[in-house]
Design a protein around this ligand. Sequence first.
Ligand SMILES: C[S@@+](CC[C@H](N)C(=O)[O-])C[C@H]1O[C@@H](n2cnc3c(N)ncnc32)[C@H](O)[C@@H]1O
Length: 318
Amino acid sequence: MTPSDSAGDARLLTPADIRRLAERTGVRPTKTLGQNFVIDGGTVRRIVRTSEVAADDVVLEVGPGLGSLTLALLPHARAVTAVEIDPRLAEALPATVAEFAPGHADRLRVVTADAMRVTELPGPAPTALVANLPYNVAVPVLLHLLELLPSLRRGLVMVQAEVADRLAAPPGSRTYGAPSAKAAWYAEVRRAGAVGRSVFWPAPNVDSGLVALRRRPAPEAGVDRRAVFAVVDAAFAQRRKTLRAALAGWAGSAPAAERVLRAAGIDPGARGEALGIEAFTRIAAARAAEDAGTADTGGAAAGGSGSSAPAEPRPDAG
Ligand SMILES: C[S@@+](CC[C@H](N)C(=O)[O-])C[C@H]1O[C@@H](n2cnc3c(N)ncnc32)[C@H](O)[C@@H]1O
């Protein structure tokens, strides 16, 4: 029997089920852990449909909670790995799946862990991330998992509406910032819909949005991701300043920042909010080339024979 053949035998949770399960597990939803459970079957079906999860996908779900989304995912995927930080929810999930989707119980793996710190997962490598993310840690969780798991080809996450806007914002837009640039390192990101407050229990005091991600190759092979993110962080720490000023601390001085920016082909008078991830990558690459050139020149000056010739010309040569 394929997973899609068995789609019919999973029942979704109703609001009454949610309350009963919360009572059974002794969970009183906390804001600290972003525990707003989806009580609306239409919303979980929409998330699964929009995620385009297919029968050969191994889905990673962060924060399964009481299982609303897990039950909707299981019939459509090869397997679901659910990472839940709250041990009471993690322990209760297999019994919930056995009760509501008995034909799918063997395709669920539950991991009790903080998704922001997890370093390995059991079972086959996940290919799709589908989650109603805990809102206070949505961006760090998302970036951590995209970095940790190159096997993730796509994702569909529900986050706070403002965060959805920020993640999907293009350069030059009002909401574009460090999260947008960093997410773009890993994936093409787009808004995939809005979700109101009434589909949750308890209802949050913010609206939500769906974000779809499709993995893309890193902008430039051979450039260290951490070095690129350091440029992004420096540029957006003072987003109203020109890059020459904003990157002065990062480069060592304003003239050094200007030199690196010119080497990268970027106007030092521009602001970070105008740059896409490719431009940030060029800046990091120009700095790395300059550092390599400096190190090599130092070696030659110290009497080296030039055997380790610089791979790149000094960006400010001439
Ligand atoms: C917004 S609720 C979603 C619950 C469920 N998926 C739903 O849609 O009803 C977020 C869930 O993430 C869990 N959570 C919070 N922080 C977490 C973290 N750092 N790692 C893993 N799970 C976390 C919470 O305990 C909660 O179950």
